[in-house]
Structures are given as structure tokens and as C-alpha cells.
Design a protein. Structure first.
Length: 418
């Protein structure tokens, strides 16, 4: 890399504003950034020895609605940096954290969507190698007549191009509980490794929890799981790659057979990955929208969302409850001053306790506010509105603190006068 190329890369790197760090791993850092034009992206900083530029360039030439679009690829002295589309939605990890198993139909929808995305990658020679709950997002979009969802596969930080001549992967990578046995150095990972990971993820959705064992098939303990689905998943998660489905499209075809009631472990028909179940192709013109922006009646129809939408009304209600709790704590503090402090020193004790209590109230309220800001004031919101909202909230909190200080002081003066 010449000095001119390095300076250009550093200038490009500095042109993005880091909104927050999404993850820090040995495989690289993931950041949410904003460009000079105000668009929000995900930036991957991958160590030079782990970065696979060929895989990212192949993804950049691939246009698929269940995969992130690559915006830029550039090199730094010790890193490969990739800027790609930010896909907003509900991650499968969030769904599993709720501890509630998904209905079979919902879990199958997600698994079939993953097979579609994986098939697109395999078609250009890319092996994802890290299909896990944190890298699967359910994306929502407004279309004519209602709301639709689609499963998206993100974070290709450890993806690689398949090499027919390689006997094993150069570096064992993947997520514990989802990485296929061959990813631990036994053989080269290929499309069947991603099939294994999708099968493991499907079993987690049906159980409502993360894996307990490193490999194998973990199914719900009850007998509610259809036997055809059990057989399909056992094949997908076989220890030996040759015993699994050889392509993600074959796996998807069997899952569709289970869902339609005509299951066959050895499905020979192919699944059309260009359309969804209703025959409607997802187009870039469909606007991606966060689920929280819809009313409760619409959100109820989103089977993947097992939570109520977070609204400003709910936030204000909980902030009022927080303020009420702080006021009760203030009354208790004032009573303690009255009973504990010597009569001659009550004014001094009140003058110290008031600011300390107000500062604690501000810190507590600010932590709560930041939590709601992350959930409501989305990173793609206009910076001006975000700034105004934070300024208004800060002014309200400061005024609350001043009121508490004045109230404590007036109470202390009243006690001193007695």
C-alpha cells in the first residue's frame, strides 16, 4: 500500500461517524456508523489474517434481499474494512432470550428463509460459516395491503470462498453450538456446514433456548414435534457431512414439505428462492420499517414479535413512575434528617443531602432515558430530532433535580425554625 493509498483509506475511514460499537470479538469489531450523507451502515473491521476479501467482493456483486448490500471495501495496514447495509429488525437471539418456544410454523418460516439466503451465497461460492442466532434478523416491510416479514442473514465476518482443493479450513472459526464438526479442523467447511448450522438453529427455535451441547440434535422433550420434521432435522444435523442435505435448497424443499403436510426427507423438488410463500418477490422499493412504528393491532399480527411495541406513551408513563419513586425516597430522606440529625445541624445535613440525592436521581433517570433512547430514537433518525429530544429530556431532569434541592432546603428551614 502506497502512502497515497493509505492516506485515502484513512480519510475514508474518518468520514464515518461511529454511533456505537455493536460487538468486539477476536474475529474483528462491528460498528454502527453514519456517513456524511446521513445514511447508517454497519462497518466491519476484520484482522488482516482473517479477512477474506474475495468473499466480500463476491457478496458486493450479489443482489439478494435477504443479505446485506456491501457499500465499500477498503484496506488499512492491519485490517480489512467493509461497510455494508444496516438491516434493522428483531434478531433470533432476542427471540431466544425470551425463553418461549416458537410454534412449528413460525420456526419453519425462519429456517426456510435462512436456506434461501444461504443458497444465494453458495451459488457464488461463499460459505457463511457462522449462521447463529445473533446473525439472523427478522426484517419487516410495509407493502400494499399490510405488513410482511423476511428472514435476513447478516455478518459475513468469517465467511470464505469454497476451495475445491483444500482439505480443511485455514483457521477454525464459528459459534459454539452451531459450528459443524468439520469446522473444528476435521475437514473443509462447505455448503453442508451451513445446512448443519441452520438445523441447529431450527432446533433452538423449537425449544426456545440456546444450545446445551456442542453438536448433535437437541429437540423439545415433549412429543409435539411432528415425526417427519424430526427426521428432516436429524438428517440436516448429521455428524458426517455426506449424510446431510447436500444443498440448502434441498433442505428447504424438505422443510416446505413438512409445512405443507407432504414431507419427504429426500425431497427431489427444488425450492424457488426468488419468491416468498405467496409468490411475491421482495423488491428494494419495499420500505423497511421498524415494528415499533406500527399500532398494537398490526403488531399483534406479527407472530415473530412476542412483545408490545415500545411507544412514547409507555416511556413517559415509566418516567413518571420513576419520578414518583424518587419523590417518595425524598420524603423518607427528609424524615431521616428530622429524626437522626441533631437539631442544630439539620440545616447543614439537609444542604448536603439535597444535592447528593438530586445527583443520584439525575443519574438514575439518565440511565433509564438512554435505554429508551436506544429503543425509540433509532440510529437512522434525523440527528436534529435526536438532539432536540435529548436536550428536552435533559432540561426536564435538571429541573426535577433543582425542585428536589429546593424542597429539601425549605423543609430543613421549616424544621430549623421549629
Amino acid at each position: 500500500m502506497t502512502d497515497a493509498e493509505l492516506m485515502a483509506a484513512l480519510e475514508l475511514d474518518d468520514s464515518y461517524e461511529v454511533l456505537r460499537v455493536l460487538a468486539r470479538k477476536p474475529q474483528g469489531d462491528t460498528e454502527l456508523v453514519r456517513s456524511l450523507q446521513g445514511r447508517v451502515f454497519v462497518r466491519k473491521r476484520i484482522p488482516r489474517e482473517l479477512g477474506n476479501r474475495d468473499a466480500w467482493e463476491a457478496l458486493a456483486n450479489l443482489r439478494h434481499n435477504q443479505l446485506p448490500r456491501v457499500e465499500r471495501i477498503y484496506d488499512l495496514p492491519d485490517q480489512l474494512v467493509v461497510v455494508c447495509e444496516y438491516i434493522e429488525g428483531v434478531s433470533v437471539r432476542e427471540m431466544l432470550d425470551r425463553g418461549t418456544p416458537l410454534p412449528v410454523e413460525d420456526a419453519l418460516d425462519i429456517a426456510i428463509g435462512l436456506c434461501d439466503a444461504a443458497s444465494a451465497l453458495h451459488g457464488v461460492g461463499i460459505i457463511h460459516r457462522d449462521i447463529s442466532p445473533g446473525n439472523v434478523v427478522i426484517r419487516f416491510a410495509a407493502v400494499a395491503g399490510g405488513l410482511r416479514s423476511r428472514t435476513c442473514l447478516i455478518d459475513l465476518g468469517v465467511a470464505r470462498m469454497h476451495d475445491e482443493e483444500a482439505r480443511r479450513d485455514t483457521t477454525p472459526l464459528g459459534t459454539w453450538g452451531f459450528a459443524a464438526p468439520e469446522q473444528y479442523g476435521f475437514a473443509q467447511s462447505d455448503a453442508r456446514s451451513d445446512v448443519y448450522a441452520i438445523g441447529r438453529l431450527l432446533s433452538c427455535l423449537l425449544r426456545g433456548s440456546m444450545p446445551v451441547e456442542a453438536d448433535g440434535l437437541e429437540l423439545p422433550e415433549d412429543e409435539s414435534l411432528p415425526e417427519p420434521l424430526r427426521a428432516v432435522m436429524e438428517r440436516a444435523c448429521a455428524f458426517e457431512p455426506s449424510a446431510r442435505y447436500q444443498t440448502a435448497a434441498d433442505f428447504a424443499a424438505s422443510l416446505i414439505g413438512v409445512r405443507s403436510g407432504s414431507a419427504s426427507v429426500d425431497s427431489s423438488h427444488k425450492h424457488d428462492v426468488s419468491n416468498d410463500d405467496n409468490g411475491h418477490a421482495w423488491t428494494p422499493e419495499e420500505e423497511s420499517v421498524p415494528a415499533e412504528s406500527f399500532s398494537m393491532s398490526v403488531a399483534d399480527r406479527i407472530r415473530f414479535m412476542r412483545r408490545q411495541p415500545l411507544t412514547w406513551r409507555k416511556v413517559l408513563t415509566q418516567l413518571v413512575l420513576l419520578a414518583s419513586g424518587l419523590w417518595v425516597a425524598f420524603i423518607v430522606l427528609a424524615d431521616l434528617i428530622t429524626w437522626v440529625a441533631p437539631k442544630d445541624n439539620r440545616m447543614l445535613a439537609a444542604s448536603f443531602s439535597g444535592p447528593v440525592f438530586a445527583l443520584g436521581a439525575l443519574v438514575a433517570a439518565w440511565i433509564v432515558l438512554r435505554h429508551y433512547t436506544d429503543n425509540i430514537i433509532r440510529p437512522h433518525s434525523r440527528p436534529l430530532w435526536t438532539l432536540i429530544a435529548l436536550l428536552v429530556a435533559t432540561v426536564i431532569l435538571v429541573l426535577l433535580g433543582l425542585i428536589l434541592v429546593v424542597a429539601v432546603a425549605m423543609l430543613a428551614l421549616g424544621v430549623q425554625g421549629e
